[in-house]
Design a protein. Structure first.
Length: 580
């Protein structure tokens, strides 16, 4: 019975397996069409990928080719062997292949990738440019130019040291450069002009050879070679409305091959020596800008300047610019050293000339101070008790620096000390001093501002005369008002026939007479603003009841506080007289 049951179960199991196998066979038979469709679509995709690659219409990774190929192969193998497991493995392999690509793309930075790509392309382009014949020719030309510039610089630097010890160092150096330019460029003439920053002019500093002027000559100048050359040798040109000034302001070198066709060149003819040929203009440049101009010419009838001549002139001019820098520095240092030496000596003698002790004056007190600036030493004050009815107060500001100012100061001091003992008025005494200074035949600058105050202590009257711009203030105690009684006039030493005027005032108890040099009023603070007479008057009015000495100290402290750490460029002197 059990055996029968077992046989029955086995028969039933076999029947079930046969059914399942038939079902699977029917399913496998049904999957064939999709496999063929998938394989066909895969082949189609592969073809389209190839077309995209060949036509370069879009970017496609080689990963897609592998994935599509695996799927197509899996579909065909499954169709031929009727085992879907092959297609499953094909899908798994395709996923394994595409997975790293997707991971990389998921965490990729397109910007960096694009930057790397651009850098690579730029490097390739640069390499291609550098390897081109045209670029190589340009580089070779630049290297040759630099080599020539180095050679010229070397020669000029070695030569410039020989000009340091000469009296006219810069003029001698420019003459040497003029000769060098004329020879190297085969020019008929050369002019070197240097800019004057103070007057905004170009001045001729060196002239050699024949140089037909390319600017309009004065109408009253005779057209004779010597007169025209003299006019050019000492000429000065504004920085516009003439060929020199315009090219200087433009800051670029200019080649004029045919001056007849260039409207910038003025034709002064018809004389042959005035006819213009070709020109080269090259600016002399320093770090602070254009400082000068080189002009070269070839006369008509000769070969015109060409590009090579132009490049040679520019190279030599650049070398001249480089060589001028150390010469300028040396001259500035030498001038500063000389001024410092002169200033030290002048300061010593200036202090010796100031009154060591102020005299006691009936009915009046005096306050004064003088703060010299290194290297200037132009201020001088004095108190001269000449007679019972005359006490002379002097405040002087001499133009110039160092020993030059000291010599003029000594001359003025000596003349005034001799003349204040006379019966002459203050204006007459200044006129005498002015005539004596103007008659001096030395090359020193004689200009000076002087305030002379003659005070009569017996009548409390003052006679005041000024020349230049030393102001004199009068404080009227009864009115509590301070006013400037002097007016600017022509300085001493300009014209010997200058006539000065007297100012006569009556003084009362508490009145003040104040005079100072312009160095005090023009003292600068850290913002570059001047102290001015308004600030001086405020301090005087505020302290009008104090003694003359105290008022002087108050002004001194106020000026020092106002200026702070700002550098000053002129001596500061003040004299205060108070009537008791």
């Amino acid at each position: 019975m059990n055996l029968c049951r077992t046989v029955s179960i086995s028969t039933h199991q076999a029947a079930s397996d046969n059914v399942e196998e038939k079902i699977l066979e029917s399913i496998d038979a049904f999957i064939n069409p999709p496999l063929l469709i998938a394989a066909g679509i895969g082949v189609l995709l592969f073809i389209f990928l190839l077309i995209i690659k060949l036509r370069n219409t879009a970017k496609s990774s080689f990963i897609f080719y592998i994935v599509v190929g695996l799927l197509v192969i899996g579909a065909f193998v499954t169709f031929l062997n009727q085992h879907p497991i092959y297609f499953v493995f094909a899908v798994i392999f395709a996923e394994i292949v595409v997975l790293p690509y997707l991971i990389i793309k998921a965490f990729d930075n397109p910007q960096k990738r694009e930057e790397k790509k651009q850098a690579k392309m730029k490097a390739e382009q640069t390499a291609a440019i550098e390897n081109s014949d045209a670029v190589k020719a340009v580089i070779a030309e630049i290297e040759e130019k630099n080599q020539r510039l180095l050679e010229v610089n070397k020669d000029l630097v070695s030569q410039v040291s020989s000009f340091f010890s000469r009296d006219n160092s810069m003029e001698s150096f420019l003459d040497y450069c003029n000769k060098l330019l004329t020879e190297k460029v085969s020019a008929d003439g050369c002019v070197i002009l240097i800019a004057d920053d103070y007057d905004n002019l170009l001045a001729v500093k060196s002239l050699a050879g024949s140089f037909p002027p390319p600017y309009k000559l004065p109408d009253d100048l005779p057209h004779k070679p010597l007169r025209v050359e003299t006019n050019l040798r000492f000429a000065q040109f504004p920085l516009k409305d003439n060929i020199f000034g315009d090219i200087f302001s433009g800051g670029e070198a200019v080649l004029i091959e045919d001056s007849v066709r260039d409207p910038r060149v003025y034709q002064n003819g018809p004389e042959d020596f005035l006819k213009c040929g070709s020109y080269i203009f090259a600016p002399i440049k320093q770090q602070e800008g254009v400082v000068g101009l080189v002009a070269l010419t070839r006369l008509p009838g000769k070969e015109k300047f060409n590009k090579q001549d132009f490049n040679t002139a520019v190279i030599i001019t650049d070398a001249v610019s480089s060589a001028m820098k150390p010469l300028y520095s040396f001259l500035a240092y030498a001038e500063h050293a000389e001024l410092s030496k002169d200033g030290t000596i002048a300061s010593k003698y200036q202090k010796d000339m100031l009154p060591p002790k102020l005299p006691v004056i009936p009915n009046a007190t005096i306050g004064c101070y003088s703060t010299p600036v290194e290297g200037v030493c132009g201020d001088y004050y004095d108190v001269l008790v000449s007679r019972k009815d005359r006490i002379s107060f002097v405040m002087t500001d001499v133009a110039g620096k160092g020993m030059n100012a000291l010599v003029v100061m000594i001359m003025i001091r000596a003349i005034l000390r001799l003349t204040v003992n006379t019966e002459q008025t203050a204006a007459t005494i200044l006129s005498w001093a002015n005539r004596g200074i103007c008659n001096d035949s030395s090359k020193l600058d004689h200009f000076a501002s002087v305030a002379l105050i003659n005070y009569n202590s017996t009548t409390n009257e003052a006679q005041i005369s000024t020349c230049g711009n030393n102001p004199v203030f009068h404080f009227v105690a009864a009115e509590k008002k301070l006013k400037q009684i002097s007016t600017p006039s022509e300085p001493m030493g300009v014209e010997k026939n200058t006539v000065y005027s007297d100012i006569n005032i009556k003084l009362n108890s508490g009145d003040l007479i104040v005079t100072c040099t312009d160095g005090l009023l023009e003292s600068l603070n850290e913002n570059g603003v001047q102290y001015s007479s308004e600030n001086l008057q405020k301090i005087i009015l505020k302290n009008c009841n104090a003694s003359a000495k105290d008022i002087t100290n108050k002004v001194k402290d106020d000026v020092k506080k106002y200026c702070g750490t700002a550098q000053q460029y002129d001596d500061q002197s003040l004299l205060v007289i108070k009537i008791n």
